[in-house]
Ligand binder design. Structure first.
Ligand code: GBH
Length: 499
């Protein structure tokens, strides 16, 4: 190589490196951290005056029902009710400047008493307030921003018993009461609120497939009285209303002085048409409309998607004009939980994905990505970037990625010393965080937060404990925590790209 060529090459290389570092910064004040949910980590179901939630009931139903794969429950989980200081120290040691966690409604509101009279509400449980106040203050001591999810699926059993939980509109008043208590108790220091986590799961899995609490479904013989043809859509309708009325309260009474942001977290996959035939392209859009648009369209646009209405007819409830005024625009940001992508073909009977057929097998026979231990998850970071672009184009709000993660095959049936080398999870995060940087710097999308799911291995709902999503390995015999390689990867990533 001549001297001249070498010089030119060096120059090209230097420019490339420069653009790549310039292009690889996250926005200022970006929230980076780890996420958990109360029922998945806390344990101690009756400590401090807490009453049962529908997940306590569901996990303790007759084992013959096989609600939980390994017959387990959240009775102990990662014992975080007692070990939360250790958990927060982990967030800190993994470079997190933010921690997303959820509050247990039945710790904060006291359901031990009788059903309140008309116009009265259940009292506040000060022990619950004290418990979460302790967590929040510990986070602040470390300079970690708390991001609170008000509801991550653990509905108080009392409300299920009184009026059928999500199936009854009375839930709106109870939810708003609970939200008010939280804003009053924590809003002086908590500036990031998430009203609901993944309404699709609450509705479709709780009332349609019946695989999540309260396990209602006429399809799966889980609860004889369940009617999956109407109930999921009613439940979802009420979830939207609880979100919207809690936001209205926050905006009217708290936001002006407390100055935080409030919004909802929806879950979605990216849907890729199997080929470019019009029916498969339509099918992919219908899948998005159902998985995401079912909730996102009312909240960001003020109405359900036309394709959902066409599919369900009169089974889709309607909002009153007064409700529409409250719902439309009721989220300050777009909270996104996303894990994977699906390939979509037209044709199918599952209404909860828009009656399409989904697969991970591409038209050339190759798998989309690396298979996780759970059937529904493969690594495919380009789909993540496409989904982010779709969200900007369709809903145009600042995006908070509130969950993203992987359950590696190598985590199970291994001693902790081996399990911590979670190669597939590191690879997953490497690809997804790179896609995130490109979405920010190349596509110019306004993304303000990224939370890895999860801080710890924990109670993975119907899967029990075998499926592990943590960047920390938990030995459930000893409750000892072991940082996995993925936690080191993520820390380094944020050290390099945060500013
Ligand atoms: C999130 O849901 C949850 O917010 C979190 O609590 C959970 O631990 C995490 O993901 C990991 O799963 O019946 O075919 O849909 C993500 C959406 C919903 C994906 C339930 C897996 C079960 C299989 N999840 N779904 S299916």
């Amino acid at each position: 190589m001549s001297q001249e060529t070498r010089l030119i090459l060096d120059l090209v290389l230097a420019t490339l490196t420069m653009t790549s570092t310039e292009n690889s910064k996250l926005p200022k004040d970006f929230l980076f951290g780890y996420a958990t949910a109360a029922y998945q980590i806390e344990g101690s179901p009756s400590a401090g005056g807490r009453t049962p939630s529908i997940w306590d009931t569901f996990t303790h139903q007759a084992p013959s029902k096989k609600n939980i794969a390994d017959g387990s429950s959240g009775d102990v989980a990662t014992d975080s009710y007692n070990r939360w200081k250790e958990d927060i120290a982990l967030v800190n040691s993994y470079g997190g400047n933010a921690y997303r966690f959820s509050l247990s409604w039945s710790r904060i509101i006291d359901f031990n008493g009788p059903t309140p009279k008309e116009g009265e509400r259940d009292p506040v449980n000060q022990e619950g307030i004290k418990f979460y106040r302790g967590i929040i203050e510990e986070l602040l001591k470390f300079g970690i921003t708390p991001a609170i999810t008000l509801f991550h699926w653990d509905l108080p059993q009392a409300l299920q018993d009184r009026y059928g939980g999500w199936l009854n509109k009375r839930i709106v008043d109870d939810y708003v009461h609970y939200a008010r208590v939280c804003f009053e108790a924590f809003g002086d220091v908590v500036k990031h609120w998430i009203t609901q986590n993944e309404p699709w799961c609450i509705s479709a899995l709780g009332y349609g497939h019946g695989v999540f609490a309260p396990g209602r479904s006429s399809n799966r013989d889980r609860s004889a009285e369940g009617d999956s043809s109407t109930e999921p859509w009613i439940a979802g309708h009420h979830v939207i209303l609880t979100h919207a009325y809690a936001v209205k309260l926050y905006r009217d009474k708290f936001q002006p002085t407390q100055g935080g942001v409030i919004g909802i977290t929806l879950d979605s996959l990216w849907y890729i048409p199997y080929d470019d035939s019009p029916e498969n392209v339509d099918a992919a859009q219908r899948a998005l409309d159902t998985r995401l648009g079912w909730f996102a369209d009312p909240i960001y646009k003020g109405h359900y998607p036309a394709s959902l209405k066409a599919m369900l007819g009169d089974r889709l409830p309607e909002f009153t004009p007064e409700e529409v005024a409250v719902i439309k625009g009721s989220s300050d940001f777009f909270g996104l939980n996303t894990y994977t992508s699906n390939i979509v073909k037209a044709g199918g009977t599952n209404e909860f994905n828009g009656q399409v057929t989904t697969t991970f097998t591409r038209s050339d026979g190759i798998q989309l990505g690396t298979q996780a231990i759970v059937p529904w998850l493969q690594t495919y970071a380009p789909g993540f970037r496409s989904l982010l672009n779709y969200l900007r184009k369709t809903y145009n709000k600042p995006i908070y990625i509130t969950e993203n993660g992987f359950a590696a095959k190598g985590d199970v049936d291994q001693a902790p010393e081996q399990a911590v080398h979670d190669i597939d999870r590191v690879e997953y995060f490497r690809e997804y965080t790179q896609a995130l940087l490109e979405a920010v710097n190349v596509d110019g999308i306004d993304i303000r937060a990224y939370f890895a799911w999860s801080l710890l291995d924990n109670f993975e709902w119907a899967d029990g404990y075998r499926t592990r999503f943590g960047v920390t390995y938990v030995d459930y015999e000893t409750q000892k925590r072991y940082p996995k390689d993925s936690s080191k990867f993520l820390k380094q990533w944020f050290d390099e790209h945060g500013q």
